[in-house]
Design a protein around this ligand. Structure first.
Ligand SMILES: [Zn+2]
Length: 79
């Protein structure tokens, strides 16, 4: 591996520890729920999930799990 890439890998490891450098603006993922897979998206500061609970409550275990995973990297207006 070339010297330049080795330096970038070291930098990447350091960056990965500094979550406040990253702000997630949009996201789409498939979430394997206990019963079915669900599609969860984050767009324009709003979560969406296709599970039944989200439809009635506007928040669900899937979106909250992602909030925990991405703590410190979500835009401030996301709730
Ligand atoms: Zn959900």
């Amino acid at each position: 591996m070339d010297y330049g890439m080795i330096g970038k890998i070291d930098k990447a490891k350091r960056y990965a520890e500094e979550r406040d450098r990253i702000r997630i603006e949009a996201l789409t993922c498939t979430f394997s729920g206990e019963n079915n897979p669900h599609t969860v998206t984050l767009k324009n500061g709003e979560w969406q999930c296709d599970c039944d609970f989200f439809q009635s409550r506007g928040r669900c275990s899937h979106t909250m799990a992602l909030e925990i995973l991405m703590e410190g990297m979500l835009p401030e207006f996301v709730e």
